[in-house]
Design a protein around this ligand. Structure first.
Ligand code: SAH
Length: 345
């Protein structure tokens, strides 16, 4: 199997059948995958790990994704939304802690019209001209994406969730389609955003063939970022009885993506930290180079519950920042406070 890793490193792509074989590899090949990925991460980004401050500004959502704890049909979810002032306060605290990227993430909340979002983006842009603004607010029209961009947003995270249309339809109600998701990603790219796609590892009904299709899709899209973490069930969703994705499969995918797209920005996600106490560290050692600690006010942290047992929901932002520094240093890397734009352009 080692020869498959070498082939991937050389050619930066494999066939679907080869990806499937590699995803099923044994422990020693996984170790070799991780070492190769780490080497490539260091060649491109050194030992620098980039920080993104995550502001979860609303958990109202009009979508009904079967996997997600803040889906519309979850009537037990206590809903909240932050005001513009709250959000600016998070940015202020974040800036003082060294964050130079703010990620505004939320459900698809109709209260936040384009006008309201633009007002918030413009205010952050005005206060922090040296920072990157990342949006993660789901599917919108090209016109809306353009308006946000014109107000100062630079990056957009929209996971494709799965590149297989049939699998997509098992994770979402009929009105959500893979076609529209892909169109959004292309629109974002055309406008000039640094774009992030991504998917959950071990989501219900997912096969290794599906994951190979995700890899081929990612190669073709050639995004600046790829967000991936294990699926974790939420007890108030239709998928409550499914198992979580595994650590090993998530790590293999991080490594494969690092090798396939050497300059990609790859977060070690909170979901990964939730299924393993050293998940973030292991993710970085497998090729990741971004961490996204929470900047949301403590009062709302527990309410942004996409899945069960999410970690770090009880800690102040300053605590998260220090904790992250310790974790990154413990594996011989360092947190940098630079904006950390992608080198994959
Ligand atoms: N509404 C926005 C952003 C919030 S959801 C959007 O849809 O883009 C952000 C990501 O969390 C989703 O793309 C999904 O991949 C992930 N997620 C949702 N539920 C999850 C679960 N149960 N386990 C793991 N990840 C989940």
């Amino acid at each position: 199997m080692i020869e498959l890793v070498n082939k991937l490193e050389k050619e930066k792509i494999l066939t679907k059948a080869e990806f499937v074989r590699l995803l099923g590899c044994d422990e020693s090949t996984q170790e070799y995958l991780a070492k190769t990925a780490e080497k490539i991460r260091i060649e491109n980004y050194g030992k620098d790990i980039y920080l993104r401050g995550l502001i979860e500004f609303t958990n109202f959502c009009k979508q009904d994704c079967y996997y997600c704890g803040i889906r519309k049909s979850n009537t037990q979810c206590p809903r909240y939304r932050l005001t513009k002032e709250d959000i600016l306060e998070c940015c202020k605290e974040g800036y003082e802690l060294g964050y130079r990227t703010f990620v505004l993430q939320g459900g698809e909340d109709a209260y936040f019209t384009d006008d309201r979002l633009c007002e918030i983006i413009s205010a952050i842009r005005g206060n922090y001209p040296d920072c990157a603004i990342t949006l993660s607010v789901g599917e919108k029209s090209k016109e809306s994406y353009q308006r946000f961009f014109d107000c100062g947003a630079n990056r957009y995270l929209l996971r494709h969730e799965t590149a297989n249309a049939e699998h997509f339809s098992k994770l979402h109600p009929e009105k959500q389609t893979l076609k529209s998701r892909k169109k959004c990603l292309l629109n974002l790219k055309e406008i000039g955003y640094q774009v992030g796609c991504g998917f959950m590892v071990g989501s219900p009904y997912q096969t290794l063939e599906n994951l190979a299709e995700d890899l081929l899709f990612i190669k073709e899209l050639n995004p600046q970022m790829v967000g991936l973490g294990p699926f974790i069930p939420h007890n108030q969703t239709p998928f409550k009885d499914f198992n979580s994705g595994t650590l090993d499969l998530t790590l293999k995918l991080l490594s494969i993506i690092r090798i396939m797209l050497p300059k990609i920005l790859l977060p070690a996600t909170t979901a990964l930290a939730t299924i393993d106490p050293k998940g973030r560290e292991k993710g970085i050692l497998a090729g990741a180079n971004v961490v996204m600690p929470n900047l949301s006010p403590l009062s709302v942290r527990k309410k942004y519950q996409l899945y069960d047992n999410k970690v770090c929901t009880g800690d102040e932002s300053a605590h998260c920042r220090r904790c992250m520094e310790g974790r990154i240093n413990s594996i011989g890397c360092r947190i940098v406070t630079a904006r950390g734009d992608s080198k994959n352009i």
